[in-house]
Write a protein of this length. Structure first.
Length: 195
């Protein structure tokens, strides 16, 4: 396996794509509240600016501006992924406890809601590779993420637009502002979005 070395530049603006292990899963939007909490907790401990963020069912794009004295975005992503995974497993265990206590049995066709996270998390755990099992990886996230250091205002504007338009590209909505899990709503409120 190649030894990929990520650039380290304090104060950088960086574009990320982070994916779930299972393509087609909807864990991110089904549990966007857990993701928001994980991000907020991480920002409390290791601050960073959010220029844009869009959460799609199985992946997300975001643009961060790091503090002038800190370049460690990998640690931040590790904290976000770990907290989200831990809280999702807690939800799954709560669903299992409900199943045992009242005889409730979720089905695979059930709509998102109580119990579906149990099925998804158990399926992901069962499908983990031996290396993920050895590393105690929950199997929820792809192990790595994609990052690109933004090289100027024109590229920054292009990447922000890409983030906001991506739900339309994936056929999830007709207009970017119709997608709830996007920072486009902040851009609209602050008068920065031009359709």
């Amino acid at each position: 396996m190649p030894n990929y070395i990520r650039p380290r530049r304090a104060g950088a603006t960086v574009f990320f794509t982070v994916c779930l292990a299972r393509q087609g899963s909807a864990l991110l939007i089904d549990h966007v509240d857990l993701l928001r909490e994980a991000v907020a907790h991480t920002r409390d401990l290791r601050p960073f600016g959010i220029d844009a963020w869009v959460v799609l069912p199985d992946h997300m794009h975001t643009v961060w501006t790091l503090p002038c004295d800190d370049a460690n975005y990998s640690q931040r992503w590790g904290m976000i992924k770990a907290r989200f995974s831990r809280h999702l497993r807690i939800l799954a265990r709560a669903g299992k406890a409900r199943e045992v206590a009242v005889g409730w049995k979720p089905t695979l066709r059930q709509e998102a809601g109580a119990g579906t996270e149990l099925l998804e998390v158990e399926r992901l755990r069962a499908e983990r590779s031996p290396s993920k099992v050895a590393k105690k990886d929950a199997g929820i996230w792809q192990r790595r993420f994609w990052e690109h250091h933004v090289r100027g205002p024109a590229e920054h504007a292009e990447i922000l637009r890409y983030c906001h338009v991506d739900p339309v590209t994936h056929g999830l909505v007709a207009r970017p502002e119709d997608w709830v899990c996007s920072s486009i709503h902040r851009e609209i409120r602050e008068g920065r979005w031009v359709a």
